[in-house]
Design a protein around this ligand. Structure first.
Ligand code: KIV
Length: 277
């Protein structure tokens, strides 16, 4: 690891860090993020200029073939994180805390430490709003970088009754803005906002000072993320409205990843057809 850091010091582009992500928000540079689950794709997306790579629990669906992210375990995330970390040079590595792996502050800290020490993650992401404040606070107090995922929370799919746009009612939208503020206050370094009307995406972004990354949250946030297999046209079946398949125009995987990064940076993605109202 130390050797890799020394190599990176000599690189034309230094590695992405929490503070460079904050600077990108301050300088209005859109943050381009993608998921990856193995070393080969990680190297490709890194080379394409992706800023943040997420080892998402979406791996339960796109790699393992489950219908939801619920069956994914901490061991699964660590396994894929280790592979992805070997493929990365510049991008910042974030990893999902799986379903029920952060029910208490102690359990959350134990699992986050494993994901960082054994998997090489630089930040952990957990789904949750006000009920997760003490977990976020506990992780932050131990200097674990945290991304708080709000809006549509796929780990709650059985409680929600399906994958649906969130925050369309005024009361729910107001609560989401409050959640984002409280999570920032508790120590979250990034907010990830999934599947909400574009107007609410902008309101959440304006309510906090940390970077807000959106997936189906419109163009008014600080960055975008997509599931790699969705934007490469690999995922079969009906896809959410916010997904854009970059393969047909690009023709090859490296070109599709580079086209995605350009589209995010130039704020051409998401286009109106990818947004909810
Ligand atoms: O698991 C995942 O890939 C995610 C993204 C959809 C943001 O959480």
């Amino acid at each position: 690891m130390a050797y890799k850091q020394l190599q990176q010091r000599g690189m034309a582009q230094p590695p992405v860090t929490v503070s460079s992500l904050r600077n990108m928000r301050a300088e209005a540079e859109a943050i381009a993020c993608l998921t990856a689950y193995d070393a080969s794709f990680a190297a490709l997306v890194d080379e394409a200029g992706v800023d943040v790579v997420l080892v998402g629990d979406s791996l339960g669906m796109v790699i393992q073939g489950h219908d939801t992210t619920v069956p994914v375990t901490v061991a699964d995330i660590i396994y894929h994180c280790r592979a992805v970390s070997r493929g990365l040079q510049r991008a910042f590595l974030m990893a999902d805390m799986p379903f029920m792996s952060y029910t208490t502050p102690v359990q959350a800290l134990d699992n986050a430490v494993r994901m960082m020490q054994e998997g090489g993650a630089m930040m952990v992401k957990l789904e949750g709003g006000l009920s997760q404040l003490r977990i976020v606070e506990h992780l932050a107090q131990h200097d674990i970088p945290v991304c708080a995922h709000i809006g549509l929370k796929p780990q709650s799919v059985h409680k929600l009754g399906g994958f649906r746009v969130q925050g369309r009612q005024q009361a729910e939208a107001t609560r989401m803005v409050e959640e984002a503020r409280a999570l920032e206050q508790a120590g979250a370094d990034i907010i990830l906002l999934e599947c909400v009307p574009g107007e609410l995406g902008r309101a959440v972004r304006d309510a906090v000072a940390v970077p807000v990354i959106g997936i189906g949250a419109g163009p008014g946030v600080d960055g975008q993320i997509l599931v790699l297999y969705d934007m490469l046209g690999i995922t079969q079946g009906r896809l959410p409205r916010f997904v854009c398949d970059f393969m047909p125009e690009a023709g090859a995987v490296p070109a599709a990843c580079a086209a995605y990064v350009r589209a995010v940076k130039e704020r051409r993605y998401p286009a109106p057809e990818h947004c909810f109202s």
